[in-house]
Design a protein around this ligand. Structure first.
Ligand SMILES: Nc1ncnc2c1ncn2[C@@H]1O[C@H](COP(=O)(O)OP(=O)(O)OP(=O)(O)O)[C@@H](O)[C@H]1O
Ligand SMILES: [Mg+2]
Length: 264
C-alpha cells in the first residue's frame, strides 16, 4: 500500500507546523504501531531538535539526500526514541538547495523522485514539516505530498494567511500540472478563548466543513516537551496538551480513512 504523504504546511511562521507534524508522527508510530517517516524540510531543524537529535553537526541531512544520488534514504532516515518513527533531519545547509539544483530541469520533483524507492514503500506515513516560506523547498513538498494539513494560529490575519496558502497550493498544482492536492485538515492552533478567536474558528469551520480540527489551546507542557527534545507522549502523556494533540492526530488518521472510502 502506498503511504499517505502529509505536508504540515503554512507559509506563515509560527503556526505550530512542527509541533503538530512531530507529535502526530510520533502518535501514529507509538499508539498505532505504524511505520512513520518524518522529513524535516526547514533550515531551522526544529523537527529533529524536537526529537532530541543534535542536528547542528549531523551529516548527511535532507540537503545531501536531495542533492546527491549516492546518499540513500536509509543513510538519512534516523531512528528516534519512539519506536517506528524515523526522522530525516535538516539544518542550515538546506538554504543552498536552489543553487545546488539550479541546473536540474526537474528540480521541483526532486523530493518526490527521492521517495520513489522500495525503502520509502515500507512506511505507512511520510510526514513533511514545511518551512515558513515559499520557494523551491515548499514547491518540492507540494509536488511530493498526497494531502496537506494547514495549522492556522488563531490570531488576527490568520484567515488571510490560510486563504493565501490555499491559493499557493492551487497555483503550484496548476504550474506543475499535478493532480489535485486536497487540504485534508485545517487545525486552529495557539487558541485562547476570546470573542475574536471564536469568530476565526467559526469561519474556518464554515470554509472547511468537516475538515476543521478542534482548536489546540495554549498549553505550557507542549512548549516544555520541545525544550527537552521530547514528544508530548514521552514528556507529559497525561497532560491537557497531550489530550489536545491526540485529538488532532486522531482527526488526521480519520480524514485519511474517509478519503480512502471515497475512492473505493
Ligand atoms: N498548544 C501550544 N501551547 C503552547 N505553546 C505551543 C503550542 N503549540 C506550539 N507551541 C509553541 O509555539 C511555538 C511555535 O510552534 P512551532 O515551532 O510548532 O511552529 P511552526 O509553524 O513550526 O514555526 P515555523 O514557522 O518557525 O517553522 C513553539 O515554541 C512551540 O513550542
Ligand atoms: Mg517549524
Amino acid at each position: 500500500m502506498t503511504a499517505r504523504r502529509i505536508a504540515f504546511i503554512n507559509e506563515k511562521g509560527g503556526t505550530c507546523k512542527t509541533t503538530l507534524a512531530v507529535n502526530t508522527a510520533a502518535w501514529l508510530a507509538f499508539k498505532r504501531g505504524k511505520r512513520v517517516l518524518l522529513v524535516d524540510l526547514d533550515t531551522q531543524g526544529h523537527a529533529g531538535k524536537s526529537l532530541g537529535v543534535d542536528v547542528r553537526n549531523l551529516t548527511p541531512t535532507a540537503f545531501e539526500w536531495l542533492t546527491r544520488d549516492d546518499v540513500r534514504l536509509a543513510d538519512v532516515a534516523r531512528p528516534t526514541a519512539t519506536q517506528g518513527l524515523s526522522v530525516v533531519p535538516a539544518y542550515k545547509q538546506l538554504a543552498e538547495l536552489p543553487q545546488a539544483l539550479s541546473g536540474d530541469p526537474n528540480r521541483a520533483r526532486r523530493l518526490a523522485k527521492r521517495l520513489e524507492v522500495p525503502e520509502a514503500e515500507s512506511y505507512d506515513y511520510v510526514i513533511f514539516d514545511a518551512p515558513p516560506s515559499l520557494g523551491l523547498v515548499t514547491t518540492n513538498i507540494l509536488v511530493a505530498a498526497t494531502e496537506v494539513v494547514i495549522p492556522v494560529a488563531v490570531t488576527y490575519l490568520s484567515l488571510d494567511g490560510c486563504a493565501e496558502m490555499v491559493q499557493t497550493i492551487e497555483q503550484v498544482v496548476a504550474d506543475c500540472a499535478l493532480p489535485e492536492l486536497p487540504v485534508s485538515l485545517v487545525v486552529p492552533t495557539l487558541y485562547r478563548k476570546t470573542a475574536l478567536a471564536d469568530e476565526i474558528v467559526a469561519k474556518l469551520q464554515e470554509y472547511f466543513p468537516g475538515r476543521c480540527a478542534a482548536p489546540v489551546a495554549l498549553n505550557v507542557a507542549i512548549d516544555e516537551a520541545q525544550s527537552h527534545g521530547k514528544t508530548i507522549w514521552e514528556y507529559a502523556p497525561w497532560s491537557r496538551g497531550a489530550t489536545l494533540l491526540q485529538t488532532v492526530a486522531e482527526h488526521v488518521e480519520r480524514v485519511g480513512k474517509s478519503a480512502a472510502r471515497k475512492s473505493a
